[in-house]
Design a binder for this molecule. Sequence first.
Ligand code: SD4
Length: 323
Amino acid sequence: CKRLPIVLNTWSFTNATIKAWDVAYREQRSAIDAVEEGCTVCEVEQCDTDVGYGGSPDEHGETTLDSMIMDGKTMKVGAVAGLRNIKEAISVARRVFEQTKHTLLAGDAATEFAVQMGFKKQSLSTSFNEEVINEWKNRNCQPNYWQNVLPSPEESCGPYKKIESVQESNEIENGMSFVNEQSHDTIGMLVIDINGNIAAGTSTNGLTYKIPGRVGDSPIPGSGAYADNSAGGAVATGDGDIIMRFGASFLGVEFLRNGYRPQQAAEMVIDRINKYYPARSAAILIVDMEGNYGSACQIFRSFPISIYHSELNEVKVETISCR
Ligand code: SD4
């Protein structure tokens, strides 16, 4: 049975789901429009302070944005990574998709592109960022994402020096923070429109205290999201440094192509990650072209997804427990 159109996204970001549903169902517009406009809701609302401006500051206190959008009909992708000083990350990604032959623009130059496209340059930092960074400095900058390095004694947060002792190194490794229930951030959205075309998108401000320049899985095609009309789509959330090592979303869609059902495919993706990194968080949401979906996760205690499709009268949140 086909439940189209259908909108699904990570976490209980239901306003984003409802917006995408309105675009895909009431306005009967394309999946790609629905993904852009749905994810934009989270960029404006700063969903969980973890999408959009003012959240997840890097070590320097700056918020930077990662986003991508992918069309499963044409396999076109637009993405931005480490986008600075522009709030509308997924719309800039859409411009990369529509106005260029490139796939992914990064950093200051991505900002320059966005300004040329008419987006307004503005600070993404808020007083919330300052609080988060001050609190971190009070904890001597632990945990953070360095490994085998320590802040030099005269500075509380960097410059960092390499450490040689195994004991010191273990202490840091064990104290490292991973994305958890309190610090999840990414909206990943999948939409199949009334014409049976699928699109996928992500938008995030990444990980708190990340090393400046760090890019997560979210803007990487096949890692944070993937969509292909001939098989289905997937979006991932969690510890992007790990998720991208497995091309998790691509992998999930390939499992669909090989005949696995969405739930099996999702579990197989998490199994693959679990074999190497059982202590790092990861969650995946997968949909086939008929609107059947599945999800799986590890380390997060639970993983809610928001859903709207033609058999429902309202948006629904389904939550699974993680291993
Ligand atoms: C990242 N995957 O930048 C994102 C973060 C996230 O739930 O999804 N957290 O690694």
